[in-house]
Ligand binder design. Structure first.
Ligand SMILES: C[S@@+](CC[C@H](N)C(=O)[O-])C[C@H]1O[C@@H](n2cnc3c(N)ncnc32)[C@H](O)[C@@H]1O
Length: 272
């Protein structure tokens, strides 16, 4: 994304993730001062609550990170919040989303606990919960809160009503739920018609630069037939260790980075 920001003259501009999730890329760009502002949106109340609590109730959040028990009893309590108290914003829901992300296999809310319920595995549930590192990262991000614009909207209303405020000099990265695996991975999932709806909205309403990534499946190829589309290989670790390819769709052909541009930034991606 760093390459795209530079190539498309968005340095100092706005970077937008309408399906933000953990928003790792957005926060990286902000921390490197490559963009001035980031806009993150996610419909999921857990994810939204995580961001809101971490950004606006930071001290309490950091204290919780340092003191929360890393035990199966606590995991069950946090899981219950995540699954049953997820209709509206709460600090507790935000924290439980982080807790599940750090203690579940591959960080997936619906995944099982690291080490199994009996905790007899080589890795236990605390394996990825490094209190100091987590607290440090959140503290660093929260310092930039004035430049992080957070929304909890369905993609339709986000594109229609909120995006126009930022899109004039923005770069948008759409990372929608996967076509095939979305159902297993996320609390909100899309069916075929929803993916069609997204394409139509982007085509009709989004005027600034954008990129979309998807899993490489015929249905998505069909929906985006005629677009500037490339494939790249990637090593999945989420559920199975196999090589899979993904699709990246660019708004215009000029946006597609050349091999030289990628080599220049040491990006090893076989866009094809
Ligand atoms: C593929 S994930 C994004 C992953 C993200 N790029 C990251 O690095 O963590 C898709 C995200 O879309 C969100 N989502 C699902 N349905 C949505 C909708 N209708 N509107 C907005 N966000 C939605 C999910 O909650 C999920 O976080």
């Amino acid at each position: 994304m760093e390459l795209m920001i530079k190539k498309l003259n968005h340095v100092g501009g706005v970077y937008i993730e309408p399906f933000a999730g953990g928003a790792g890329i957005a926060m990286g760009l902000l921390e490197k001062d490559l963009v001035k502002d980031v806009v993150i949106n996610d419909l999921d109340k857990g994810i939204y609550s995580f961001w809101r609590a971490a950004l606006l109730e930071t001290d309490r959040f950091l204290e919780e990170i340092m003191n929360v028990p890393l035990t199966m009893d606590e995991w069950r309590r946090q899981r219950n919040i995540c699954f049953n108290e997820n209709r509206k914003y709460s600090f507790e829901l935000g924290f439980s989303t982080l807790y599940m992300n750090r203690t579940n296999r591959s960080g997936i809310i619906k995944g099982g606990v690291i080490g199994g319920k009996s905790q007899r595995g080589n890795w236990k549930l605390d394996a990825r919960f490094n209190r100091e590192a987590l607290a440090e990262r959140i503290e660093k991000i929260a310092k930039r809160r004035a430049h992080i614009h957070l929304y909890n909207k369905d993609i339709g209303s986000f594109i229609e009503s909120y995006l126009p405020k930022y899109a004039h000099d923005g770069l948008i990265y759409f990372d929608p739920p996967y076509f095939d695996k979305g159902k297993q991975l996320y609390l909100n999932f899309f069916n075929y018609d929803d993916h069609v709806r997204i394409e139509k909205m982007i085509r009709e309403k989004v005027k600034c630069d954008w990129i979309i990534t998807y899993d490489d499946v015929p249905e998505i190829m069909h929906i985006y037939d005629g677009y500037n589309l490339k494939r790249y290989d990637l090593n999945y670790s989420v559920s199975e260790k196999r090589k899979a390819s993904e699709i990246v769709i660019f708004k215009t052909a000029q946006m597609i980075p050349s091999k030289e541009e990628m080599d220049g930034m040491r990006i090893c991606l076989n866009l094809r």
